[in-house]
Design a protein around this ligand. Structure first.
Ligand SMILES: [Zn+2]
Ligand SMILES: [Zn+2]
Ligand SMILES: [Zn+2]
Length: 402
């Protein structure tokens, strides 16, 4: 892998630098790893932390870390971009908020925060032994939630949300601009327009909609033939517009392409005015009923390529969907590529009405987790299970990004 090679070369290069720099000084002890080098260089050699990658210790700084003071090398920047909005099924982020890696992660117990930190980052940047002390604490809040901005060498950036947006807009290859994440005290419940397929159950289980009676903040429409702009503006405003081709077993009055055209039409009514800074998200899901030509049209209309998300049991793909969405990290979530032949077989199974193992909405459910950075969420079994039991650590799920 190219990235690993770069890191190795840099490691050799930076070792040379320490040997020269550390010869006259006796304390603190010479750094044992490249990560320890960060503290050593800053404390002993008075190096500016912005001139070192705080994720790995490299001197080849490409940019600045968006959340904490310090630099970031190009390979760490790529990893950070890829993992920025990745969440696990437990509702917490999948990786360390500093280095975007880490196997054992400390989780923040602020109920409104979903961030994690690896032992190595905490021990090298805050101070040796810190991870053990945090692990023993029953209620720990993280470096972005603490009232004071500095812990050891770890200094939270002022206005880090603005830094994060600027970082993403500058570094990501995505043509989509990122919406600035919203601080907890400003987050409102999400207002949803759900066309054809309904995602009420999924959004409720994630805590975005309050369970119980009442119409809530989701409007579901099965048929939009007579819906005009004035209707949508009256029902809105909306923060999320979801649409899908009809669920299986649903009597279709229209050809599959019709659902795409109608979704696109209604999406234009639901969108905020051009240039608005209000976060607005959308998702269109095809459960393999669109033809290849329809998919090409969808890609032109929605101005992005679809991502295939699949449910795999053992070695067989049980179900798959094509997803077009501007929700962050939908692209990072897609797992190994599915062959066109496999998808064609699945689509054939559909026609024989073999029921899929998982409904399309269930397949895309976790794609909504990044919305936690933008909207209020209510407590659910998912969000409270880790916090109630006072776990302060979790093990990162290994993901393959090759
Ligand atoms: Zn790095
Ligand atoms: Zn880390
Ligand atoms: Zn936190």
């Amino acid at each position: 892998m190219a990235a690993a090679l770069v890191v190795d070369l840099e490691a050799e290069h930076s070792m040379d630098v320490i040997l020269v720099g550390s010869s006259e000084l006796s304390s603190p002890p010479s750094p044992r790893s490249r990560r320890d080098l960060v503290a050593y260089e800053v404390q002993v050699n008075q190096r500016d932390i912005e001139d070192m990658c705080i994720c790995c210790g490299s001197f080849q700084v490409h940019t600045q870390h968006p959340l904490f003071e310090g630099g970031m090398c190009a390979p760490c920047k790529d990893k950070f971009l890829e993992c920025l909005f990745l969440y696990d099924d437990d509702g917490y982020q999948s990786y360390c908020s500093i280095c975007c890696a880490g196997e054992t992660l400390l989780i923040c117990e602020n109920p409104d925060c979903t961030r994690c930190y690896c032992f190595e980052c905490v021990d090298t940047l805050v101070g040796p032994g810190t991870s053990g002390r945090v692990h023993a604490m029953s209620n720990w809040v993280c470096f972005l939630c603490l009232p004071f901005p500095r812990s050891g060498l770890l200094q939270r950036r002022r206005k880090w949300r603005g830094w994060l947006k600027a970082f993403y807009d500058r570094e990501a290859k995505s043509p989509l601009e990122m919406y600035k994440t919203v601080p907890v005290w400003k987050r409102e419940p999400v207002r949803v327009l759900s066309l054809f397929g309904d995602i009420k159950k999924e959004l409720t289980s994630l805590g975005f909609l309050e369970s119980g009676s009442g119409p809530g903040r989701l409007r579901h429409l099965d048929d939009v033939t007579d819906v005009v702009r004035r209707d949508v503006e009256e029902w809105g405003p909306f923060d999320l517009t979801y649409g899908s081709t009809p669920p299986l077993g649903h009597t279709c009055d229209h050809p599959p392409g019709w659902y795409l055209f109608q979704f696109h039409r209604v999406l234009q009514y639901a969108r905020p005015r051009r240039g608005s800074q209000q976060p607005f998200f959308w998702m269109f899901v095809d459960n393999l009923v669109l033809t290849e030509e329809d998919r090409a049209v969808a890609t032109r209309f929605l101005e992005m390529d679809p991502v295939t998300i699949q449910h795999v049991r053992g070695r067989t793909t049980q179900n798959a969907v094509h997803v077009w969405s501007n929700i962050p990290a939908v692209r990072s979530r897609h797992s190994a590529l599915v062959s066109q032949e496999e998808l064609a077989l699945l689509a054939q199974d559909r026609q024989r009405a073999k029921p899929p193992a998982q409904e399309p909405a269930a397949l895309v459910k976790n794609c909504f987790l990044p919305l936690r950075e933008y909207f209020k969420y209510f407590s659910t079994e998912l969000t409270s299970s880790l916090q109630m039991s006072h776990y302060t650590v979790k093990t990162a799920t290994k993901k393959d990004f090759s």
